[in-house]
Design a protein around this ligand. Sequence first.
Ligand code: NAD
Length: 249
Amino acid sequence: DTPFAGQVIVTGAARGIGRAIAELYAERGHQVLSVDLNLPPTLKGQRRLKADISTAAGRNRIVRAAHELGQVTVLVNNAAYQNAHGSVLNVSERGWARTLNVNLTAPLLLTRALVPLMPHGSAVVNVASVQGLLAEQNNAAYNASKGGLVNLTRAMALDLAPHGLRVNAVAPGAISTEAVLEAIASSENPDQTRQDYEDLHALRRLGTPREVAQTVYFLGSAEASFLTGTIIPVDGGMTASFMMAGRPV
Ligand code: NAD
């Protein structure tokens, strides 16, 4: 009862949204290759691979593992570096370069390395962010990387359509991942911080990793057969409003 067979590759699958994506595919009977800098958890129907998507050596290991398993039906570019905080005036060159490498250049290079293994009808799903659609203060590198990934998604959709591939992206709002929950917990006033995060969304709550995974799954499946080059916000209505956090949406 699966809409497609074959091999699903999820990058950044050790935790957070990537882990939820890998879990959903495994649950629904797909073969999953979970890739991360850290070894992802063991799941039924899942193979794990430690690899850095930002290095040629790491990407070669992923391609070799994919070859062993045959075709790749869905590639989910989810891994990201989110720690180079800083404004346009003070973001470090090193943090900028790492953010762009992991979040933008690696998805380009990994995708084109895997295209020869992807049969007609296969799909690429990029995990962008609401911060690829709108900017956040003091987060210049991340904003730029996700904005780049949004338009790279459209470029991929156009350039890979002749190969029979569809390419789409999700743009999550604030999601209750380990990273976000840790940021809330370590803030000065965790209750207030959580409320502030929740109030960014019309639905007045954080999204769950599972809710992002469900949209990724849809985009990768035959149910989305006429979708390519689209960016779907999975953001509880955050980008439906021009009002700022804490004000009525
Ligand atoms: P996370 O930081 O918790 O997990 C990312 C995973 O990617 C980690 O396990 C990390 O080890 C892995 N990774 C990082 N660099 C890598 C590399 N070079 N090679 C291989 N693996 C690497 O992230 P998350 O919060 O689950 O976010 C997942 C995706 O969703 C990211 O693309 C992020 O930008 C996006 N996103 C997250 C949120 C959120 O609220 N958490 C919101 C919008 C978008």
